[in-house]
Design a protein around this ligand. Structure first.
Ligand code: HEC
Length: 164
């Protein structure tokens, strides 16, 4: 509003300037000032718009990331069994029969009441307690379970522990 006022003043001065020399110079100065002020205001507005647009993009990205994360967690929560089947675990682990690896029931018995330890093992941070002598055969599979998120590892643990 102030800038607009200045501008109007400038226009007025230009009008008056037709009357005489000194006044004409003053009017020219005022007009120049008004132009400068208008330019500044436009620059400020452009800067603010850019800033706001960037914030909006950042916020959108954040929301999208959260949604993707939540979707991943939700799927993992309900389907530990599918994870066990789809990640090749069944090739060596049958429910109640020892094959290449111990049965799921044997694993569940060893980790009964120790879900956190089982999750740690899947994270590559725990020690083998079921058949430590054969750990070298199991170890490469930890590359798969380490890449999973916490909810997926918890889903796997829940599934194994549900086989009693
Ligand atoms: C190539 C065969 C093989 C595959 C595939 C395999 N395992 Fe194993 N697993 C073993 C063997 C052998 C053991 C016994 C050694 C041991 O106890 O670490 C074992 C042990 C385990 C144990 C017990 C760990 C402990 O404390 O002793 C868990 C839990 C386990 N496997 C989970 C899995 C999961 C989950 C998958 C799929 C991502 C998987 N395994 C895939 C062979 C395999």
């Amino acid at each position: 509003m102030k800038k607009l006022g200045l501008f109007m003043l400038a226009v007025l001065m230009i009008g008056l300037s037709s009357c005489g020399g000194d006044n004409a110079n003053k009017a020219k100065d005022a007009a120049n000032n008004a132009v400068e002020a208008t330019k500044d205001a436009a620059e400020d507005a452009a800067e603010a718009t850019k800033e706001a647009a960037k914030e909006a993009v950042d916020a959108t990205k954040e929301v999208a990331k959260d949604a993707a994360e939540a979707a991943k967690d939700a799927v993992a929560d309900v389907d530990g069994k599918a994870l066990f089947l789809n990640n090749g675990c069944v090739a060596c682990h049958q429910v109640d029969k020892k094959t290449v690896g111990p049965s799921i029931k044997e694993i569940a018995a060893a980790y009964d009441g120790k879900k956190e330890d089982l999750i740690k093992f899947l994270k590559g941070e725990g020690k083998a307690i079921v058949d430590p002598a054969q750990f070298a055969v199991m170890q490469p599979n930890l590359a798969t379970t380490k890449k999973m998120n916490d909810a997926e590892r918890a889903g796997l643990a829940d599934y194994m522990l549900s086989n009693k």
